[in-house]
Design a protein around this ligand. Structure first.
Ligand code: NAI
Ligand code: MG
Length: 348
């Protein structure tokens, strides 16, 4: 029986992970859940956003189902104690270097997209974001300049092994799709990006069946809105991937729709919606649970090797949406619970 570490976290995290568990429960799978506090919720009970017991559970489990962390009550805490450190810590400690963020248009949802329907209808892409390097993990600090001005810095840094392994993941995923890979960087101004491009080109020699192109991040942001249909798989660094995937979500219709998988080199992973804790709607039953439900499906498919129930969940979400089920972020009136019920009904 597979052990799932359930880390619900803060804000809407517990609301959307509960929805995901309800859907998983309806499938009567051989799963066992164990819960642990994380983020602000953990800081409240244990004085740390990622208590050792929580990390130990995540390490022991076959997969981690994660909600979101972040709580404005802790905005004044120093950076290393903020709730968000929990997710950064989990990614680093578990070696989750590959973040897979699929974005695909749902039939009948073109009207909710920020793009024109005929453009939105063509979205079917996968963002492969590097997750354990870049400015998020480089040297950070505060100080004073020589003239006494306050200064802050975050070092952007990658080594060739880090770039090569995420590039490889990008190429491998492209092989399972339309065999087109776009590597996104900022090689016109950043040294890290020049290394990135060099290494991606080297890795490309092992994947001659995949068509590789390079694009600057600013252009990619523009192209994603102009013509997202041109992309199949995008591979990029931590910071660019973070921004581009939030942007991709709005092209699909809502950030409440996009799931993600964060994987280590063996395929073990943490699964979470790409959105955060949404304190502005927390506790109101307004959150769209689809991103969390689809994250559970990714967990079944990727880490637990249960493609059949994963496919059933994905089909049920698509059917519920096609049938008109909409939470407020999609212009509808359904609560989190009612949206979950619509998915359950479509599961049959
Ligand atoms: P956010 O993703 O939480 O919210 C952005 C906007 O989207 C808000 O207006 C929110 O109401 C809406 N939204 C998000 N998820 C939704 C859903 N499922 N259904 C309907 N509407 C939804 O990003 P924001 O506001 O920048 O950050 C809030 C907190 O979450 C911060 O503390 C941030 O650091 C944290 N965060 C945590 C992440 C994680 O745990 N992996 C990822 C991103 C942010
Ligand atoms: Mg983000």
């Amino acid at each position: 029986m597979a052990l799932i570490a359930l880390l619900a976290g803060d804000g809407i995290g517990p609301e959307v992970t509960a929805a995901a568990c309800t859907v998983l429960g309806a499938l009567a799978l051989d799963l066992r859940f164990e819960e642990a506090p994380v983020g602000g919720a953990a800081y409240r009970v244990a004085g740390h956003p990622l208590p050792p017991e929580t990390l130990a559970l995540a390490e022991r489990a076959d997969a981690v189902l994660f909600g979101a962390v972040g709580d404005p009550a802790f905005d004044a805490l120093e950076r290393t104690m903020r709730p968000e450190q929990a997710i950064l810590g989990l990614r680093k400690e578990l070696g989750l270097f590959a973040n897979l963020r699929p974005a695909r248009m749902f039939a009948g949802l073109e009207d909710a997209s920020a793009l024109r329907p005929e453009i939105a209808g063509r979205i079917d892409l996968m963002i492969v974001r590097e997750l354990t390097g870049d400015v998020y993990f480089g040297d950070k600090g505060r100080g004073l300049t020589r003239t006494g001005l306050r200064e802050g810095h975050d070092l952007m840094r990658y080594d060739e092994v880090e770039v090569a392994r995420i590039a490889r993941t990008g190429f491998e995923i492209a092989r399972t799709r339309s065999r087109r890979l776009t590597s996104v960087d900022k090689a016109n101004v950043l040294e890290t990006s020049q290394l990135w491009r060099e290494v991606v080109n080297e890795v490309a020699r092992d994947f001659r069946d995949v068509t590789l192109s390079h694009m600057y991040c600013d252009n990619a942001a523009m192209q994603l809105v102009r013509d997202p249909g041109q992309f199949d798989v995008i591979v990029t660094g931590n910071l660019f991937g973070d921004i581009l995937s939030d942007q991709a979500s709005m092209c699909v219709g809502s950030i409440g729709l996009l799931p993600s998988a964060s994987l280590d080199s063996e395929g073990k992973g943490l699964f979470e919606p790409i959105h955060g804790s949404a304190p502005d709607i927390a506790g109101q039953g307004k959150a769209n649970p689809c991103a969390a439900i689809l994250s559970a499906a990714m967990m079944l498919r990727t880490s637990l090797r249960m493609p059949e129930p994963a496919g059933r969940i994905e089909a049920a979400v698509a059917a519920a949406i096609a049938g008109g089920a909409r939470t407020a972020d999609l212009g509808g009136t359904l609560s989190t619970g009612a949206m979950t019920d619509a998915v359950l009904a479509a599961l049959g």
